[in-house]
Design a protein around this ligand. Structure first.
Ligand code: FDA
Length: 393
């Protein structure tokens, strides 16, 4: 008996694969969607603290990292946040804007997965979970061998994401198959990942684990002003996750622990009005008190603020606005929200995501060398690239 034949085989039932499969199915294509996991959309389910930050009102290309910063433009402009919001509204899923244009479900990320599965069902997509792909071959069609037998497809879409969070079944499978077909893969690394410290800096951070503060974190010319969180291993929180995508081993970070305040002005004002207070006490009015204590202990002059010269207060204020630290590493793929790098965009059409040299082979979502900022950008890239391929297969 010949292997079952489909117009399109999509490997990976995550965000990008589900979107691609439903879009192709709606066009009347016979679609098979395979995944080795026992559940579709596992990363969607855990995203956004269980509420799925499914897009962002604004997705300008500069909020995506790639060796070719122009590559993402076409797909992002053809399937926009507004298109995905319309889908969410069609399914009566309540949502809200949290901050910085980030849209979250009011209820649960499960609603987004259920919505995509409903769309796939009505587009008659054949979804088969628990299917591990063991080999892929191409002749005049693609053959995908799995632990449940082989399938043939006219087109093959790689939507297996990147290797971040391997314990959820994430793999570098897309890179393997892309290389098999002669496509280049850029350097990959963990992104949107907590940073770690060693030595004195680690000793400083550890006891502060759990303390959060609004900060501006800069690496070279790039900076983010968001919340920063001290951890047992170093620093995390949105500001750190964002900068981690730009940070390389050996780079310093400059951290402004009090970006909303002119610290020199504040300290000198306190010197006049609260002369007998200690620096750490006046600092605890503007920083979380555990952080104020720890920071003052290392960097502030002892004693009453009245006895500290203005020059020393200026120097301390400068330290507060420009705390310079050198991370010793990051928490790796085990903790990275995404993988930066991936299948090189040079080899793909930005309009359809098809491999230029391998007709019928498509790569979408996180597997591609396009990585968004924190804030719904990575899902929007998955929807947009999945839709673009779904229109073309
Ligand atoms: P995705 O990883 O979603 O899907 C890949 C699929 O392929 C999986 O179902 C996997 O099982 C399957 N697969 C892998 N290897 C396979 C193989 N060898 N054979 C068969 N199947 C295979 N982004 C965002 O915009 N907003 C947010 O709120 C969050 N929050 C968030 C939280 C956490 C904890 C993480 C880890 C990540 C996020 N993200 C996010 C990032 C977002 O989840 C991610 O960018 C998208 O899920 C990528 O979608 P893809 O479909 O490309 O891969």
């Amino acid at each position: 008996m010949p292997d079952p034949y489909f117009d399109v085989i999509v490997i990976g039932a995550g965000a990008a694969g589900l979107m691609c499969a439903m879009t192709a199915g709606q066009r009347g294509r016979r679609v098979l969607l395979l995944d080795h996991a026992d559940q579709a959309g596992k990363k969607i389910l855990i995203s956004g603290g269980g509420r799925c930050n499914f897009t962002n009102h604004k997705t300008p290309p500069e909020r995506f990292l790639s060796q070719n910063p122009h590559f993402a433009k076409s797909a992002l402009s053809r399937y926009t946040p507004q298109d995905f919001i319309a889908l969410v509204e069609k399914h009566c899923i309540a949502y809200h804007e949290k901050t910085l244009g980030q849209l979250f479900c009011d209820g649960s990320a499960r609603e987004i997965v259920a919505m995509l599965l409903r769309e796939c069902e009505s587009a008659e997509v054949d979804i088969r979970l628990g299917h591990s792909v063991t080999a892929v071959r191409k002749s005049d069609h693609f053959t995908v061998e799995t632990n449940h037998g082989a399938y043939r497809g006219g087109a093959l879409v790689l939507a297996t994401g990147g290797p971040s969070i391997p314990k959820m079944g994430a793999t570098g499978f897309a890179y393997e198959i892309a290389r098999q077909f002669g496509l280049a893969v850029t350097e990959i690394r963990p992104a949107l990942v907590p940073l770690t410290f060693a030595g004195k800096l680690l000793e400083f951070c550890k006891p502060l684990a759990g303390v959060a503060v609004e900060a501006t974190v800069a690496c070279g010319a790039r900076s983010f002003r968001e919340s920063l969180l001290f951890t047992h291993r170093g620093l995390s929180g949105p500001a750190i996750l964002q900068i981690s995508s730009y940070w390389r081993l050996g780079d310093d970070l400059a951290i402004d622990l009090s970006p909303a305040l002119d610290a020199a002005h504040y300290l000198k004002d306190q010197k006049r009005t609260r002369a007998r207070a200690e620096v750490k006490t006046v600092l605890s009015q503007v920083l979380p008190s555990r952080l104020a204590d720890a920071f003052a202990q290392v960097h502030a002059p002892d004693g009453q603020i009245a006895n500290v010269s203005d020059a020393r207060l200026d120097a301390f204020a400068e330290m507060l606005h420009g705390w310079t630290v050198e991370p010793s590493g990051d928490e790796g793929f085990a903790k990275a929200e995404v993988t930066a790098g991936g299948v090189a965009t040079d080899g793909l059409s930005s309009k359809t995501m098809e491999a230029k040299a391998v007709p019928g082979l498509y790569v979408i979502g996180e597997a591609v060398d396009v990585t968004g900022w924190l804030g719904g950008y990575n899902f929007q890239w998955a929807w947009s690239s999945g839709w673009a391929a779904g229109q073309a297969v």
